[in-house]
Design a protein around this ligand. Structure first.
Ligand code: CP
Ligand code: NVA
Length: 311
């Protein structure tokens, strides 16, 4: 049995395939207990601190509810209100919070800030989204795919749109770890980070996951089991909105493009979504969409992460 106690959860590339699959099994177990109304207070008396430097609906609520259902407690720490926002250092914040709480979650801009927090904290640190990675979301995505498709390895995922963002990077890492093929189609200037791509390709060689990066959306979506997209303008990029709308227009997930996917494809989006931009209402509100199962699974996947890092 993989041992995750005391580890940080910063990006999926830090975990072995068997650890990711084990987390997913744990998530299923916790989901089933919750559905049956059976108490599961594995983290009784434990406290999670959640630092937010960016907005959030799902991440904040699912972590808070998750801790409550596990018998613990969560504290919401907006960077606008804590001294971090007034210039107190990340390392001092990490050392101080470690004296009070059992685990930290942080949503911020720079991935290096999360690494620095983890370096100085003596309790596990969970990445709740950075500009580079969104690993807790992808755990929920993998759980959702498993539930709808019955497996992960050998499936083909297609991601269309901004390939140089947190979702594209974490999906690529996650797919590579579990042996799922992934094709990412993005326009020039929006391709995924080169280092993350190279590392995922190396991982894929071990797991049988084929990774394709292309400018051609039809090539990417061909015979896909899973179609995914994300917002064209991520948090912090608001000044580029107009340019992005133009640059990414040909990568909209719509009925026409989805005709090239497998007939029984499922559509995922981490939300929030912009109907009429990265995806049409017809797709996201249509029969292939599983976006609300996906949003629910944030809760179950994160409870598994919290339980295994802390119990
Ligand atoms: N998907 C996601 O992380 O949503 P929030 O920004 O609402 O947390
Ligand atoms: N890529 C998006 C994801 C939001 C959950 C962003 O970073 O804003």
């Amino acid at each position: 049995q993989p041992q995750l106690k005391g580890k940080d959860f910063l990006s999926l590339s830090d975990f072995h395939t068997d650890e990711i699959l084990y987390l997913l099994e744990e998530a299923k177990e916790l989901k089933s207990l919750q559905k049956q109304g059976k108490p599961h207070p594995y983290l009784s008396g434990k406290v999670l601190g959640m630092i937010f430097e960016k907005s959030s609906t799902r991440t904040r609520v699912s972590f808070e509810v998750g801790m409550l259902q596990l018998g613990g407690h969560a504290i919401f720490l907006s960077s606008r209100d804590i001294q971090l926002g007034r210039g107190e250092s990340i390392s001092d914040t990490a050392k101080v919070l470690s004296r009070y709480i059992d685990c930290m979650m942080i949503r911020t801009f720079s991935h290096d800030s999360v690494k620095e927090l983890a370096e100085h904290a003596t309790v596990p640190v969970i990445n709740g989204l950075t500009d580079l990675h969104h690993p807790t979301q992808v755990m929920a995505d993998l759980l959702t795919i498993q539930e709808h498709k019955g497996k992960l390895a050998g499936l083909k995922m297609c991601y269309l749109g901004d390939g140089n963002n947190n979702m594209a990077h974490s999906l690529m890492e996650g797919a590579a770890k579990v042996g799922m093929h992934i094709s990412i189609a993005s326009p020039p200037g929006y391709l995924p980070d080169g280092k993350i791509t190279e590392k995922a390709i190396e991982t894929g060689k071990l797991t049988g996951s084929k990774i394709l990066i292309t400018h051609n959306p039809v090539e990417a979506i061909k015979d896909a089991d899973i179609v995914v997209t994300d917002v064209w303008t991520s948090m912090g990029q608001e000044a580029e909105t107009e340019k992005r709308l133009k640059d990414l227009a040909a990568y909209q997930v719509n009925t026409e493009l989805c005709q090239h996917a497998k007939q029984n494809f499922i559509f995922l989006h981490c939300l929030p979504a912009h109907r009429g931009e990265e995806v049409t209402a017809e797709i996201i509100d249509g029969p292939h969409s599983v976006v609300f199962d996906e949003a629910e699974n944030r809760l179950h996947a994160q409870k598994a992460i919290l339980k295994l890092l802390l119990e």
